[in-house]
Design a protein around this ligand. Structure first.
Ligand code: ITT
Length: 209
């Protein structure tokens, strides 16, 4: 069995590949199929954008597809970058530029929110934040859609640590682990992450159908 993941983000694909391997499902993403044009994310919510991507990719490929729309919502920034997480520092600017922009935006604030926990080492925590993931599985032959969402709370640290994961993971500190999301293994990340939670909810819904 092969499932199409409606993403061009290799970091997401790696995590889905790892999670689906456990249940014997192979995955391929939009970098591995031809004929799916660039999809514009015009929604204002994670759920809307996930549906837009799942529908467009599945119809172009003629196969069911699973889309992931996700992002980081930072309390001290009023929930930004949110649905703009991938393009926070500009279209195509990339993870390093996005992380630099996040640190600059927090550094520009008047005050650090009160009551931040201590981080391990010399890092300082700058704001509570959460990662959110919306998943939509869409079947173009029946029009059926299954949706799920997951979230994980943590804090934005003032410096990057770790080389695992992708995106904002090196800045996303988990007090319970005393580590950033880039310092835990892919198995640990899938066990706790917004994406892992959403995927387990999606699979549970499919099982009930
Ligand atoms: P696709 O639309 O092709 O799937 P994308 O990267 O543009 O790829 P999104 O619009 O959903 O996808 O943006 C997600 C961004 O949110 C991603 O680029 C990261 O910056 C951030 N993000 C989401 N999940 C993350 C995670 O697990 N760890 C770190 N950053 C994450």
């Amino acid at each position: 069995d092969t499932l199409l993941i409606a993403t061009r983000n290799a970091g997401k694909t790696k995590e889905f590949r790892e999670a689906f391997a456990a249940i014997g499902v192979q995955v391929k993403d939009l970098n591995e199929v031809s004929g799916v044009p660039e999809i514009e994310e015009t929604g204002t919510t994670f759920a809307e954008n996930a549906f837009i991507k799942a529908k467009a990719a599945s119809e172009a490929a003629g196969l069911p597809a699973l889309a992931d729309d996700s992002g980081l919502c930072v309390d001290a920034l009023g929930g930004a970058p949110g649905v703009y997480s991938a393009r926070y520092a500009g279209e195509g600017a990339g993870d390093a530029a996005n992380n630099a922009k996040l640190l600059a935006s927090l550094a520009a604030l008047e005050a650090v929110p009160a009551g931040m926990p201590e981080a391990s080492g010399s890092a300082k925590l700058l704001s509570p934040a959460k990662f959110v993931c919306s998943l939509v599985l869409y079947d173009p032959r029946t029009g059926e859609r299954v949706e799920a969402e997951g979230a994980i709370h943590g804090f934005v640290a003032d410096r990057a640590s770790g080389s695992g994961g992708f995106g904002y993971d090196p800045l996303f500190y988990l007090p319970k682990h005393g580590k950033t999301m880039a310092e835990i293994s892919i198995e640990e990340k899938n066990a706790i992450s917004h994406r892992g939670q959403a995927l387990r909810e999606l699979l549970a819904k499919l099982k009930r159908e």
